[in-house]
Design a protein around this ligand. Structure first.
Ligand SMILES: C[S@@+](CC[C@H](N)C(=O)[O-])C[C@H]1O[C@@H](n2cnc3c(N)ncnc32)[C@H](O)[C@@H]1O
Length: 359
């Protein structure tokens, strides 16, 4: 949260902490509650110096979070409990507790309402803001890289997308102040991605580079060296789902693999190639769906997951995300329903995000 909005409020940190500290010393619950009521009133009336949008000591809070914390103190049945909530609130203001892989302040974890922690993602609408577009058939929704970048990188770190397509990961990384490198086999798609990325403001002045190449054998060290880097802190892989969409006529394109086995072998090479440049302890996300052919469900997702596991990565999560048919397919909905009923199968409505940690 960067600035004040109708949902957020800027409070002067030391004024707030002084007020809370004073209340911590009170010896009666009634006095403490009176003080909290007063603070609540000052926030509602935007009274200075507590509410201080322009002060150097201003800290931005979600308004609902602050009010909830104060209400919890007010609702406490004993002085000890009220003090406990008060001290926890003070800690969330005074101390920043992050872990080594992201910038989320665990002392203010309640604020991160936009960060998913469940393994089932039902996302009704794709983010189509700024440079994001749904025009590249087979691109993923920006919410996927957004979630991965927020959970698994810090500002200023590096993310690598070996199947960059229209550059969704790079656009999102640029917005969030992460440096990014994308590899794309098709030169014209890479050029399109570059144009989209260039049209997105680069407020954090990060690097976002799309390189044309084959991610099964491209020299990542050489690319990183150009940026003075030796490694990346997150890899997001969104390969073709074998031949579900044919992306090009290039035989190196994974969507032209001759069989599931050769698709998996190519994926294995892409993982072998990228793994050495990912820092140990950091994350790799694989986004992929399954396939139906000759009357059988082919579990491409799990088969590809296994290729990563074979290379010693630890599996952290299997996320199931809803998958809505494109407008074209929607007209065929009835036909698919009939086919499913007649053929004894279920229609695809999901894809996977496998999250791994490099040991
Ligand atoms: C599923 S799309 C990725 C879409 C991307 N996530 C986006 O949001 O635009 C897969 C991409 O991988 C590319 N591709 C296929 N084989 C490749 C290879 N061997 N090396 C690099 N890119 C490849 C395709 O051209 C396609 O653009």
């Amino acid at each position: 949260m960067d600035k004040e909005s109708p949902e957020s409020i800027q409070l002067n940190k030391s004024v707030l902490l002084d007020a809370l500290n004073g209340l911590r010393a009170t010896t009666s619950r009634a006095a403490l509650q009176r003080g909290i009521h007063e603070l609540r009133g000052q926030i509602a009336a935007r009274t200075r110096p507590l509410v201080a949008p322009e002060s150097a000591e201003a800290v931005v809070f979600p308004r609902a979070y602050v009010l909830e914390e104060l209400d919890q103190i007010l609702a406490a049945q004993t002085l000890e409990r009220a003090r406990y909530y008060l001290e926890r609130f003070m800690k969330s203001i005074a101390e920043v507790r992050t872990n080594p892989i992201n910038d989320l302040n665990l002392n203010r974890w309640k604020e991160y309402e936009d960060i998913y922690t469940d393994s089932l993602w039902i996302i009704e609408r794709r983010d189509s803001s700024g440079a994001h577009t749904a025009d590249y058939w087979g691109n993923f929704i920006p919410q996927i890289p957004y979630q991965m970048l927020r959970r698994y990188t810090k500002k200023g770190e590096w993310v690598l997308d070996p199947f960059a397509g229209s550059g969704t990961t790079l656009i999102e990384a640029q917005r969030l102040g992460r440096n990014s490198i994308g590899i794309e086999l098709q030169p014209q798609v890479a050029e399109w991605a570059r144009r989209l990325i260039a049209s997105e403001p680069n407020r954090h002045r990060v690097a976002s580079e799309v390189v044309v190449g084959d991610s099964t054998c491209i020299d990542y060290h050489a690319i990183l060296q150009r940026h003075g880097q030796r490694s990346v802190q997150l890899v997001i892989m969104h390969p073709p789902y074998f031949d579900i969409i044919t992306f090009s006529a290039d035989p190196r394109d994974l969507s032209n693999a001759a069989s599931v086995e050769s698709f998996l072998a190519q994926m294995g090479r892409a993982i072998d190639n990228v793994a050495p440049v990912l820092d140990a302890g950091r994350y790799l996300a694989l986004v992929i769906g399954d396939k139906y052919a000759h009357g059988e469900w082919i579990p491409l997702g799990f088969l590809t997951m296994n290729e990563v596991l074979k290379r010693g990565f630890a599996l952290k999560s299997i996320i199931v995300k809803n998958f809505e048919a494109t407008t074209g397919k929607r007209s065929q909905k009835e036909l698919w329903r009939y086919r499913a009923l007649a053929g004894g199968f279920y229609i695809f409505k999901h894809e996977y995000i496998f999250v791994f940690r490099k040991r």
